[in-house]
Design a protein around this ligand. Structure first.
Ligand SMILES: [Zn+2]
Length: 397
């Protein structure tokens, strides 16, 4: 293979809990790559991990783009299970995004060394990606009996300010301590590795969201966990679903993608594709209503939930549908909030895109017939009655 025509992993430098990847790429991709170095910091020592597993985060973050441009990715060594199953990930993207033309019949990943990796004998251990949002909290509750480790990834290292991430860490540590769970934190610069706007222009006809959300999300996050999974012996890593099968559009984290990511003896799993968002609220509120402590459900900023944006409103209304007080879940809903919310819809200040339309339809369909029992905030019952009768298409882009 001509080195100048492939994306080549030149060097992996490991030190304690950090790894740096230096790579080269063909001249024709110079407008796509923002830099030629990936950095990852784990909260666990990964210095003993085999190069065939260390190369996985690099591959996972460059290969969707390489498939799109039909360019080979060359690494010195690769894990056998990852190498075998990644072809199915490419096929999944190809089938989800038929206009993207990921149509090469090879997976385009080349390595002279393919290695079988085994974990030392030990008890079954699971882990999951965790943000503290509704999806990941409800995934935790479904698998609570396994005491999964919580893995939080900040993929914006170098761009995001450290104190913001420190706030996220302390919020998640508090949750982990309360539930008796190990917390793992990963910081990396992979989110800004590629020039998204350039890629979004190139794939404008093929995809609806950003490049990251369409093509990279699940593969990037899960592949970044590979060295950690071996170091800590995680047999399973779950990623919480955003959507259900009823959401009839492609997205970059999907069972067909995530369930085909595996490495060493670790299997990744897309979790709760069978649960609507409102069903996730039911699982979450059932659990936390029986605990003394309130739960902070993250929906917008690190500083706390603003309670003024559509994402916060979606959660405040979702909790209200369950007849519960949103103030117990990280929101501050004062008198007049529900009237303001209705006004934002009616005045077109808020317009639903197709993702929000999907979620608000689920909320609408879940409003109970009887709104006379429950701990409703002032204005909530009137609002829910209005929402039940509303034509959401009128508020949709
Ligand atoms: Zn907000």
């Amino acid at each position: 293979m001509n080195k100048n025509q492939c994306i080549e992993l030149e060097q992996i430098s490991v030190s304690g809990d950090s790894v740096v990847y230096d790579f080269s790429y063909p001249e024709e991709l110079s407008n796509i790559f923002n830099y030629s170095k990936i950095e990852i910091e784990y909260s666990t020592d990964i210095s003993d991990i085999d190069e065939s597993l260390l190369s996985i985060p690099f591959i996972g973050n460059v290969v969707p783009m390489a498939w799109g441009y039909n360019i080979e990715v060359n690494v010195p060594s690769i894990d056998r299970r990852f190498a075998n199953d990644i072809t199915a990930v490419k096929d999944a993207l190809d089938s989800l995004y038929s206009k993207a033309c990921f149509d090469s019949n090879q997976n385009l990943i080349h390595s002279d060394s393919v290695v079988d990796n085994h974990m030392p004998e030990g008890e079954f251990k699971s882990a999951q990606l965790f943000t503290g949002g509704l999806d990941s909290v409800s995934t935790y509750l479904r698998h609570r009996h396994e005491s999964p480790a919580l893995i939080t990834i900040d993929a914006s290292k170098g761009q995001r300010n450290d104190s913001e991430f420190a706030k996220t860490q302390s919020r998640i540590r508090e949750f982990g301590e309360e539930e008796g769970l190990k917390c793992e934190f990963i910081r990396t610069n992979t989110y800004y590795l590629l020039n998204h706007s350039e890629l979004e222009n190139a794939y404008e006809d093929a995809a609806y969201y950003t490049w990251w959300e369409n093509f990279q999300l699940g593969l990037s996050y899960l592949s970044t966990c590979a060295p950690l999974a071996m170091s800590e012996g995680y047999n399973i890593i779950r990623i919480a679903s955003t959507f259900t099968e009823e959401y009839n559009h492609p997205y970059g984290s999907h069972p067909a993608i995530d369930n085909n990511i595996c490495f060493g003896e670790t299997q990744c799993l897309h979790d709760s594709f069978d649960l609507s968002r409102q069903q996730k609220w039911r699982i979450t509120t059932d659990y936390f209503e029986h605990k003394d402590k309130t739960l902070f459900v993250q929906s917008c900023t690190e500083e706390g939930n603003c309670c003024n944006c559509l994402q916060c409103a979606r959660n405040i209304v979702g909790i209200s549908v369950e007849g519960l007080d949103p103030d117990d879940y990280g929101y501050e809903v004062s008198g007049g909030w529900f009237d303001d919310c209705k006004l934002k819809f009616k005045s077109n200040e808020w317009r639903l895109n197709r993702i929000e339309h999907f979620f608000w339809k689920d909320i609408q369909n879940s409003i109970p017939e009887n709104l006379d029992k429950g701990n409703y905030k002032s204005g909530a019952v009137d609002f829910l009655e209005w929402l039940r009768a509303a034509d959401l298409n009128q508020y949709t882009e």
